[in-house]
Design a protein. Structure first.
Length: 435
């Protein structure tokens, strides 16, 4: 496990280090292994302090158990706080939280993604600075994982865990097409997809109803075509999208769609439906965040994990990934009890990290000081991928500003619907982002 823990030290290498409903206030009983929660938020009044929290851990979310258990632990340890929480599905949550920020009606604690997503709220003075509260947790939460949550040198988010995009492969289906291992090159992957189609097996499943799922594929293809540094520069407005590498990458993606590598029904399916299809053996591959390791525990014996292969080796290389430390909890600047909420945010983030890591929902942002001997093999495979990582680019809808991300996502939708080609995407996106 020393190798896994060492990942925290490697995060500093990541470049420009989010992607995943009905409301719920249900809490699950604590499990037998409980993270220490000794730094209790204090309240001098005998009346409990009311705090509200929003997150995306709906019942179908892979992190649901981690949130339920962490919250149950927190409430047991802190009876002086009355925490009311609700969860909203990822795509709807983004709209909801942005509207609440615009109206200055954010809850005390709220789930957020780092990078450009959180910066919008910080720049609008909607987020409480966590520097003072962090001083009590600095020995447990390395400064290197805070990169995407600091603005002008100040901290505004308490990270939970971190994830990257990976390619999950159903080896039983691959064997039917004559493959006993995940293809290691782009040419091998395309040949494998051709063989799968001939066998009547759909290579990939992707939700068209949730655009962030499409970006998991598209961003992997673009990154492995132009390189991590180039993609980062395009997201940050330092380089033009209108270049040959992007055009070819989008055309490659659409060629995969034309050759029936993707489930044609996916355009109308949710991510939960697509993921269920992968679990049921309908697709050979599923490209999505590594938080899905928890969802695939029951089929772990027939699943292997790999990174998307390199397309242009003159510009990219293995070890360049999409993702990084992003998921976190932030505190509203208008909270009636900001100091208490800040301490609560760190305690909850620590608990979510603890249970999420054990469940297989990503790698830990917090120091690991508990038994990890029962980690599932998929999470260990992700750890190996991260051990060999060289650069990472934060998810496209997180690293950019909200306005730019909306423009970007609109063009991504058009790509998956085959409404535009690579040239139109590169030229039009670049033009619109410069307006």
């Amino acid at each position: 496990m020393k190798k896994i823990i060492s990942l925290l030290l490697a995060v500093g290498m990541l470049v420009s280090l989010v992607g995943c409903g009905k409301n719920s206030t249900t809490q699950a009983p604590a499990t037998t292994e409980t993270p220490a929660a000794t730094k209790a938020p204090t309240e001098t009044s005998s009346k409990p302090t009311d705090l509200t929290m929003w997150c995306i851990a709906v019942e179908s979310d892979s992190n649901r158990h981690a949130y339920e258990t962490a919250i149950a632990d927190f409430q047991k340890a802190h009876p002086e706080i009355n925490l009311k929480w609700e969860a909203t599905q990822n795509q709807d949550y983004k709209t909801k939280i942005k509207a609440a920020a615009a109206a200055n009606e954010l809850p005390d604690i709220f789930f957020t993604w780092g990078g450009g997503f959180l910066r919008e709220f910080v720049d609008a003075n909607r987020v409480y600075c966590l520097d003072d509260a962090y001083a009590n947790y600095s020995s447990e939460l390395p400064d290197k994982v805070l990169t995407n949550h600091k603005y002008d040198g100040k901290l505004y988010g308490a990270p939970t865990n971190y994830n990257v995009v990976a390619m999950f492969a159903n080896m039983e289906l691959l064997k039917q097409a004559g493959y006993d291992k995940v293809p290691g090159t782009y040419e091998e992957l395309m040949a494998c997809c051709d063989a799968l189609v001939k066998k009547g097996i759909i290579p990939f499943g992707c939700s068209g109803k949730e655009t962030w799922c499409v970006t998991e594929y598209l961003e992997s293809i673009i990154e492995k075509s132009v390189g991590a540094s180039a993609l980062t520069d395009m997201y940050l407005g330092k380089a033009s999208w209108n270049n040959e590498g992007v055009v070819k990458a989008v055309d490659n993606f659409q060629e995969m769609i034309k050759k029936k590598y993707f489930d044609p029904e996916g355009i109308a399916l949710s991510n939960d439906e697509v993921k269920a299809n992968f679990i049921a053996g309908k697709y050979a591959f599923y490209v999505n965040g590594t938080w899905n390791c928890a969802s695939f525990v029951d089929i772990a014996d027939k699943v292997q994990i790999a990174e998307f292969p390199v397309i242009d080796s003159t510009k990219s290389q293995l070890g360049e990934l999409i993702g990084g430390p992003s998921d976190s909890l932030a505190v509203s600047a208008t909270s009636k009890n900001p100091e208490i909420a800040a301490k609560a945010a760190f305690e909850l983030a620590k608990g979510v990290c603890h249970y999420g890591y054990l469940d297989g929902n990503g790698l830990p942002a917090w120091k690991v000081d508990y038994d990890t001997s029962k980690l599932n093999k998929l999470t260990l495979a992700v750890a190996d991928i991260m051990n060999n990582s060289k650069q990472s680019v934060l998810f496209g809808d997180g690293i950019q500003s909200a306005d730019n991300a909306n423009i970007y996502l609109d063009y991504v939708n058009q790509i998956y619907a085959s409404a535009i080609d690579g040239k139109t995407f590169a030229e039009s996106l670049d033009k619109d982002l410069k307006k």
